[in-house]
Each structure stands twice: as C-alpha cells, then as structure tokens.
Write a protein that binds this ligand. Structure first.
Ligand code: ZN
Length: 428
C-alpha cells in the first residue's frame, strides 16, 4: 500500500513536470496533482506565484488584491483516459483604474467557459477532422462543449483576421434545411487566396447587404470581380454595392440550370410515355443524360447512343444542352456572344418550354454571361463550385447541427482560413 502510494505520488510529480513543460504561465505555479476520489479524473491545484500581482480583467493591468473566490475547475486535455481538471481560486482585485472590484484575468481560460483555452483549441482542431459528435465521443465530452470550443476559436479568429484587399468575391446560396431554408455564402476568390468571408441567414437583399456593411464601402468599392448565379436579390445588391466591378455569371450555375431544365423535360416525357403505354426507353436514363459524355463508362455510352436514335423531346433537349457546351471554348467575348445568340434562336424554335425558359434567361443576362469571357484569364475558374462543394461536405458531416448558429460556426471553422488563438504548446 505504502509502495503504491509512493509510486502514485512520483507519477503525479512527473505530471507537474510535464505541465510545466507544455502549459506554463508566469505568475502561477502547479501545486500538486491527485486523483479524484472516484479515480476517474486527475485534479491539479494551482496557485499564484508568491509576489506576483493579479491582473485586472477589465483594464488588463496589475492591481492590488481584494479577496479570493471559491475554487473553480477548468477542464484540461484528457490524459491517458483520465479527465484532467485545473483547480484554482480566482482573486478579485481592487482596481484603481477601473474604480471597481474586478475578478482577475487568468491566461489559461476565461470567465465564460469551464474549458481551458488549450482544451478548446484542441477540441476545435479535432472538430475540423471529425464531426462534432464524433469529437465529443472520442474525448468523452459533450456536443455542447465541442460547440463552445469551436465558437471560442471561431470568434477569436473572426476578431483577429485581416480582410485586407479583396479583388474578387463569389456569392452563392446553400439550402440547409427543408422548407426553403437558405444560407448566403460569400467567398473571396482571389488568385492567391480563396476563403469563406461571410455566412448570412436567408438569401434576401437585406441579408446580402449585411456582408457589405461588414467590409465597409472602402473595401467594397475596390472589388474588381463578382461571381454569382442569376438569383435576383444578389444581382440587385451587386449592382448597388459593386457598380464598378465586373459581374460574372458563373459557368457552373448556368450548367446547373441547364441540367435542371433537361431533367424536367425528361421526367415529364417519361411520365407521359408511361401514361400512353409506350415502351419505357427513358427509364434509368437520368445520369446518361446529365453526365458529361466523356465521363460515361463504355456500356453507358452504348446505351446513350441507342437512346439518341429516338425522336424524343428529351433527346432534342439533350442535343441542345450538349451544343451549348461549345460556348466555353471561346476566348473572345464577341464570338461567344454570336454563338450564344444563335443557340438561343434555335432553342426558341424548339417548342420545349423548360429549355426556352433557359434561353430567355440567358438572353436577359447576356452581358453578365459574356463577362465570363472578359474576366476568364483573371479568375481561377470553378473556384466557387469547389468551395461550395466543400461547404456541402461540412454540412453533411454535421449531423447534430440543429441551428443556424452551429452551421455558421462549422462553415467558418472549416472554410474561413481563420487565425487561431496562440497556444503554449502544440497539443494537436
Ligand atoms: Zn482595471
């Protein structure tokens, strides 16, 4: 028994040595470490170093002591399956500058959280690799504590990031819940720097305007390129706030719209054929028609060739869509414009309403589409699409994100390239 206690004591002294190595703060000392009574956690008592003054948490200056509060527990990074708590009684100071009795500031944590800063950074970094739920399970903590950790790190990051010069932005919407719940995401898409700048609730003019309030008129006026889809509220705000910028309708959005129209034609025709008792040639044709031809496997190519022999509206819509792809090969906006006009003329004669709707929309936004060719050499193409796919992955990994706030934090955390709070040691 005596031997065991002795071994335990020596182990605990080692723990303090390790803590001093990786989590050391001037002005404070680790006093002793012991197991909790149930032996599930380790408690490390801390005290102020003799002669070191407490720091006022309001003005961040040393101030004379006043009294001490009851002992608090700060949760630290778990150690070999044991929870670790730092125990400390906060001092209160009688601060002459603030003319008030104020609780002291401690470098390892803050008044709001039970977790130490080091543990919050540790959890937040894992929460970027795993889902929040998995992170909570892996470290035997709760989803809420992971949420708090990410919130702490993201808030710090947003306060400390530099917006600097922004040459190009892309705006996009993402559906995050049933019933038309959308987010507006604004990305910086400069050649050297791509990151998520802003997450907004809804996809209205009001919400998008908030982004411009955040960055201010000065920065907004220097934006040279804006990429977006054809969503009217976005177009309106862009005209209003970035009148000098070249506004580009993104290729990826146009292709997506075209695919949607083709799919509507196919679904409608397929239903009609079934109703009329015709041979179901369109059955399982969806991906044959939507995928790019070069991405099809050889048996799929064979089936597609077969399908194209039928005189169907779907086939005609497909051929129009495929013909449209040629647009992107142009370098000159003038020639691209001629091609676009001719394509729209053909479609308007096709009597296929969903395709005609696209053509009308393309005609209406002709100049914005041609801006793609005017800016082509200056923007990394497909970057908005790439970022938006990452945003969707973040969302998919996010079972357990019940609220807008949680999703907003997760998106900033994974795509914002935010700076992180400093740490005494690389725990992760
Ligand atoms: Zn003060």
């Amino acid at each position: 028994m005596v031997v065991l206690a002795d071994t335990a004591l020596r182990a605990m002294l080692q723990l303090i040595t390790i803590l001093n190595q990786c989590h050391h703060f001037r002005g404070f000392v680790y006093q002793d470490a012991r197991f909790s009574s149930d032996h599930k956690s380790i408690e490390v008592a801390m005290r102020p170093r003799k002669g070191s003054a407490a720091i006022c948490s309001r003005c961040h200056q040393p101030a004379p002591g006043y009294d001490r509060l009851a002992e608090r527990r700060y949760e630290f990074i778990p150690f070999w399956g044991f929870l670790v708590f730092l125990l400390y009684s906060m001092r209160r100071v009688d601060c002459r500058r603030c003319q008030a009795v104020v609780v002291e500031e401690v470098p390892w944590g803050n008044g709001k959280h039970q977790l130490t800063n080091a543990y919050m950074l540790f959890l937040a970094r894992w929460a970027r690799r795993l889902s929040w739920k998995e992170t909570a399970e892996a470290f035997r903590t709760s989803w809420e504590k992971v949420f708090n950790a990410v919130e702490h790190v993201v808030t710090w990051g947003l306060e400390h990031r530099t917006l600097g010069r922004i040459d190009a932005i892309g705006v996009d919407e993402i559906q995050y819940a049933k019933g038309h719940k959308y987010l507006t995401l604004v990305y910086q898409i400069d050649l050297g720097l791509t990151r998520l700048l802003w997450v907004g609730k809804e996809r209205t003019t009001e919400s998008f305007r908030e982004f411009f309030t955040l960055i201010g008129d000065e920065l907004a006026s220097r934006i040279m390129f804006v990429c977006s889809d054809m969503w009217q509220p976005y177009l309106k705000v862009i005209r209003e706030k970035c009148s000098e910028a070249l506004h580009i309708l993104d290729r990826f959005h146009i292709v997506a719209k075209m695919n949607q129209a083709l799919d509507d034609v196919r679904a409608e025709e397929s239903r009609r054929m079934r109703r009329e008792g015709k041979e179901p040639v369109l059955k399982k044709s969806r991906w044959l028609l939507l995928k790019r031809r070069q991405n099809l496997k050889s048996d799929q190519r064979f089936r597609l060739r077969d399908l194209l022999r039928y005189n169907l509206r779907t086939v005609r819509a497909y051929l129009l869509k495929e013909a449209f792809q040629q647009l992107w090969d142009y370098n000159s906006p003038v020639w691209a414009g001629k091609f676009l006009d001719e394509w729209c003329r053909q479609v308007m004669r096709s009597r296929i309403e969903p395709m005609k709707k696209i053509a009308r929309s393309l005609r209406k936004h002709r100049e914005l589409i041609l801006n793609y060719f005017r800016a082509q050499k200056l923007l990394s193409s497909g970057v908005v699409e790439g970022l938006n796919n990452k945003a969707k992955v973040t969302m998919r990994k996010s079972y357990g994100f019940r609220t807008f706030r949680a999703l907003e934090l997760a998106l900033y955390h994974s795509l914002g390239k935010l700076p992180e709070p400093e740490s005494t040691h690389e725990f992760f």
